[in-house]
Design a protein around this ligand. Structure first.
Ligand code: NAG
Length: 414
């Protein structure tokens, strides 16, 4: 193993190598079919996992720049000066650089990476390695055949698993970075840099990496994947996560008075409920309170929520309780209508609460969005993330089509 200091020419070569890096590891071509994997919701943490690492689930993290997991002692490592090492460290959070292992940056000749636990906010240091993942090729309707793929990942100590579901081996980052899962699948499988996420309330949801149609039963629904039309906001700091702009919110089609003309929404699969910046939170809760003044309340409300209702007094509709809808007016003229399935949470047999919480802390990795949309609000909506066009597609609540995210047909082969 070499142990030289980087020479200016070496740095230049590294830069050149990074510009052409997809060619350096795009090898496991399986014929360009998208991959499908089930999504499970862990009951005790409300986190979503995918069983792609030898059936050891990885937790989905829309903001995560890497795939990381615990490693065997015999794992493969990379040289410090391997170009992929710089790619793997491009989106490291500043606070993670302070972590041990980097006091003396050139003390190791192995490539080290900085896995991050989005639940605890803890960083660690681990070897860059490759792991084998397994999923199924799909035509968007069913599983066709099993596919094994190799992916760059970071090793992590067992201690970094704290707050993750029991049995989870790590985190699958789904952000727009080079070593997050969507781009790695696109490179190795020769498929589009597009993925679709259908988060389940219960049962098995589905994620498809690589684009193409997305079918849910019953069969006559056909392809239900929404057209990506909502532009992602870029240049919002280091995070490679998914941000987009909203122009306003309404409750029961009445605009909620806000003291801003626009605000940023970030999507998060690691927050259970949607957190709002205090000014937006107060305005929305007030508007909802007024719009539901005639509804039977449960007092005191069940923390952390502020308004709770007697759910036995609610009427029912196809999309859940008959309560005022919330609309997010998005940049580009589109909207996202939030029905009670996504805006209410049943905290017990009798009580349903407005499922928003007030933001308490600022983001580690970029500007704090005004709305951090949690998993509960995205469940049973099909979301298409088109990383090539930089746009998001939203189906709206699938209950309108009398289906839900647990209706992908996984009963076929594999
Ligand atoms: C699910 O897919 C399998 C083939 O993979 C097929 O035989 C079966 O009919 C499908 N189920 C439904 C309900 O369409």
């Amino acid at each position: 193993m070499r142990q030289t200091k980087p020479h200016p020419v070496t740095l230049l070569l590294m830069t050149l190598a990074i510009n052409s890096w997809p060619c350096t590891f795009a090898s496991d071509n399986n014929g360009g079919k998208p991959l499908v994997t089930p999504i499970l919701k862990d009951a005790s943490t409300s986190l979503y996992t995918i069983p792609i690492k030898d059936s050891h689930p990885l937790v989905l993290d829309l903001a995560g720049p890497l795939v990381w997991s615990t490693c065997d002692a015999s794992h493969q490592t990379f040289e410090l000066y391997d170009p992929i090492c710089m790619v793997a460290n491009q989106h490291t959070l500043p606070k993670c650089w302070m972590h041990d292992g980097h006091g003396k940056p050139f003390a190791s000749t192995k490539c080290l990476v900085h896995p991050y636990n989005p639940l605890t906010g803890k960083c660690a240091v681990g070897d860059l390695t490759r792991i084998q993942l397994s999923a199924s090729a799909t035509d968007g309707q069913t599983q066709l055949y099993p596919v094994a793929l190799s992916a760059f990942s970071s090793c992590a100590p067992d201690t970094l698993l704290s707050s993750l579901p029991v049995g989870a081996a790590g985190v699958a980052g789904l952000s727009q970075s080079e070593l997050a899962l969507p781009t790695q699948v696109a490179s190795t499988q020769k498929v589009a840099k597009i993925f679709a996420l259908c988060l389940p309330r219960g049962g098995q949801g589905a994620a498809i990496f690589g684009g193409g149609p997305f079918h849910l039963l019953p069969p006559w629904l056909g392809d239900i994947s929404p057209e990506p039309t909502i532009p992602f906001e870029r240049n919002l700091g280091l995070s490679q996560g998914y941000f987009f702009k909203a122009k306003g919110i309404s409750v029961n089609q009445e605009p909620v008075p806000l003291n801003v003309n626009e605000f940023v929404i970030e999507l998060s699969t690691t927050a259970p409920y949607t957190a709002l910046r205090p000014d937006v939170y107060r305005a929305l809760v007030h508007a909802y309170d007024v719009a539901t003044s005639g509804y039977a309340r449960i007092t005191p409300p069940v923390a952390p929520f502020e308004i709770c209702y007697d759910l036995q007094k609610f009427s029912y509709t196809r999309v859940g309780y008959g309560v005022p809808q919330i609309d997010l007016l998005l940049e580009g003229g589109g909207g996202w209508t939030i029905f009670s399935a996504n805006s209410f949470v049943e905290v017990n047999d009798r009580t349903a609460c407005l499922a928003f919480v007030q933001m308490t802390q600022t983001a580690d990795n970029g500007p704090t969005p005004a709305m951090l949309m949690g998993g509960h609000m995205m469940e049973d909506n099909l979301l298409v993330f088109d990383l090539e066009k930089g746009k998001l597609g939203i189906s709206g609540l699938l209950w309108w089509f009398r289906t839900n995210c647990a209706n992908f047909n996984f009963t076929g082969t594999t």
